[in-house]
Design a protein around this ligand. Sequence first.
Ligand code: ZN
Length: 411
Amino acid sequence: MMVKDAEYSFEQLFEDFSKIGLERDGGITRLAYTREEEQAKLLLKKLSEDLGFTARKDNAGNLWIRKEGLDPDLPAVLVGSHLDTVPQGGAYDGAVGVLAGFECMRQLDREGFPNRHSIELVVFAGEESSRFNIATAGSKILVGKLDVEALKAAKDNKGISVYRALKQLGYDPDDLPGFAAEDYKAFLELHVEQNVILEREKLQIGIVERIAAPTRARIELHGVEAHSGACPMGERHDALAAAAEIILAVEKAGYKEKDHHTVATVGRCTVRPGVMNVVPGYTELLVDVRGVEKESILRAYEEIRSSASSIAEKRGIGLIFEHLSSENPVELDPEIINIIESICKEKEVPYKRMNSGAGHDCMNLAPLVPTGLIFVPSKGGISHNKNEFTDFGDIHAGIEVLKEAVKVLSA
Ligand SMILES: [Zn+2]
């Protein structure tokens, strides 16, 4: 049963959303810009309107819910996250943040809290990259990081573009929204940690200071294909053996920057011709270096570049080192961090300041409006998995901290 009773609990609310896109095996599939994601937003829209909040959707598929302030001209306090999931995902990633935001607004409304600033909840569409290979689509469109051409170019595995998917859902992607930063005082996102730190340290809240950003490269190694029996060891230019050395060099470069929380990964290795009796003539590696300190990321990246070139040279292998992208790590607002920290201390909620290795919608807003990110624990660090779990006690701690922060900011 979908919630009808005005007295429904947060747990009932959460259970109802967990049924949308639920599959037989217990996984939840609400992919970006699908009917299932839409259904979740529609339910929230209805529940919001039942409480007298105003709700509107923009043409990026984002849903905006507003509890008007006593002075509607003041910049609003924004909270939010996303309701889409990966295929066979869990009930917590994204939904916890959206429903916690809704619960805050519901409680403040019930308590008759006299917010001078309006309070808004945004549900960002298409946060997960599983369908279109674009992460945080809804918030990126909003801040102008994705234009209509990019939406036409990004396609799912059936050849449907984001542009077409938006049209199919009744949106007009030729009239994309923008973000008027001056209309907002702050943005707060609550999210599951997707890591084991909070659980391991028996903490309920993580106050995020920085969000890591990836720098990526593609390495091509051109050796010489040869008969694996006839070609003697000293005569070989084995592209895969060179790649093996480079992969270990990438790992080593990451380890060297460990104290700066930088990580380095080779996520894919393509070998040609890829048969048992031919010395590989070609290998491609995809390298991903992430961290929260730009200088540390650069040091690791440069070390990888120079190791790759000396390994290739030593082995007589041709090297193409292609820089794919580099994004800047995001720093969250120090004042918002202080507000959240004071609340945790006052409420005696165990917390720590930490960084986020994963990206979130809030990183797109952070350069434009003072932004905070609050983590609640993930059991076993599991996420993007039907077994992801966060204890309701921890979610309620998150709701309490979020609500107090919204009160401080909107008073
Ligand atoms: Zn998420």
